[in-house]
Write a protein that binds this ligand. Structure first.
Ligand SMILES: Nc1ncnc2c1ncn2[C@@H]1O[C@H](COP(=O)(O)OP(=O)(O)O)[C@@H](O)[C@H]1O
Ligand SMILES: [Mg+2]
Length: 246
C-alpha cells in the first residue's frame, strides 16, 4: 500500500447465506482506487456493484479478503473503530438522497459532525453548501427542494468531514438528464480542483464517461476496464456484457 492509494481491495469475497441458497456477490475482487481519481463501476444488475461499494466503504464486511482505506486495514477493526473510520474518512451518497425530512439543508449537512460529537461551525456548513451551489437554500427542508438540489445537499453532507473517498451508488439514478449532469459536473470538479477520490456506480454510459476509469463487474468479478473512454465506447461494452443468448 502506498500513500497514493485511497483504497485497496485484495481478494475480497462476499457471500450471502449458506448451502444451496448461498450467493457469491463478490468473488475475490482485487482493485486499487488511486487518490484523486474518479472511477465508475458498471455491470449488469446483480453483478455485485453495490456490495463492492459497501465493502470498500466499511458499511459491510467481506467474508474474506482485505480492504485498506488510507493505510488502515478494515478487517478485524471493532464495530466501534469501523464506525469512527467511516464517519471521518468515508462519504457516501445514495440514489435516494437519504436526507432527514425534518431537518433543514444546513442541519442535514451538519449531521455527520454532530454524530461525531463535534460542533459544526456555521462557516464550514456554509462553505460546503456553497461548493454545491446551495448557499441560498440552507434553511429549506428536503421537501422544499428539487431532486437535484436534495442530492447536492447529500453531497455536501458527505463532504463536510473531508473524506478520503466519496462513494456514490447510482447518485444520478433518480435524476432527470440535465440535473444528473449537474451533479456529475460537481463530482468531476471535486476530483479536478480538490483531488477528491470518487468511486461511483452508474448505469449511464454518459455518467461513466465523466470518470477517468470505468471498471466492469460481471458475476461478482472484475471483467476488464476502460480508461478515458467516451460514452459510445462505454455503451458498446455494456451492450456486450448485458447481451443475453436468445
Ligand atoms: N443482503 C443480501 N442477502 C442475500 N443476497 C444478497 C444481499 N445483498 C445482495 N445480494 C445478492 O448479491 C448479488 C449482488 O447484489 P448487488 O451487489 O446488490 O448487485 P448490483 O448492485 O450490481 O445490482 C445479487 O445476486 C443479490 O441478489
Ligand atoms: Mg446496486
Amino acid at each position: 500500500m502506498t500513500s497514493d492509494e485511497a483504497i485497496r481491495l485484495h481478494a475480497v469475497s462476499r457471500r450471502y447465506g449458506a448451502g444451496d441458497s448461498a450467493v457469491t456477490a463478490l468473488d475475490e475482487v482485487s482493485l486499487v482506487f488511486p487518490r484523486g481519481s474518479f472511477t465508475a463501476v458498471m455491470g449488469p444488475s446483480g453483478s455485485g456493484k453495490s456490495t463492492l461499494l459497501q465493502c470498500a466503504a466499511g458499511l459491510d464486511r467481506p467474508t474474506s479478503g482485505s480492504v485498506v482505506v488510507g493505510g488502515t486495514e478494515l478487517t478485524g477493526l471493532s464495530e466501534r473503530r469501523l464506525t469512527l473510520l467511516r464517519r471521518e474518512r468515508i462519504g457516501f451518497v445514495f440514489q435516494s438522497y437519504n436526507l432527514l425530512p425534518s431537518l433543514t439543508a444546513a442541519q442535514n449537512v451538519a449531521l455527520p459532525l454532530r454524530l461525531a460529537g463535534r460542533r459544526p461551525s456555521r462557516s464550514r456548513v456554509r462553505e460546503v453548501l456553497d461548493r454545491v451551489g446551495l448557499a441560498d437554500r440552507a434553511r429549506h427542508r428536503p421537501a422544499e427542494l428539487s431532486g437535484g438540489q436534495q442530492q447536492r445537499v447529500a453531497l455536501a453532507r458527505a463532504l463536510i468531514t473531508r473524506p478520503d473517498v466519496l462513494f456514490g451508488d447510482e447518485p444520478t439514478g433518480a435524476l432527470d438528464t440535465r440535473t444528473g449532469r449537474e451533479v456529475l459536473a460537481l463530482l468531476r470538479g471535486m476530483v479536478d480542483r480538490e483531488g477528491q477520490t470518487v468511486v461511483m456506480v452508474t448505469h449511464d454510459p454518459v455518467a461513466a464517461s465523466c470518470a477517468d476509469r470505468v471498471v466492469f463487474l460481471v458475476d461478482g468479478r472484475p471483467d476488464g476496464e476502460l480508461t478515458g473512454a467516451d460514452a459510445d465506447a462505454v455503451a458498446a461494452r455494456m451492450t456486450r456484457l448485458e447481451a443475453l443468448p436468445c
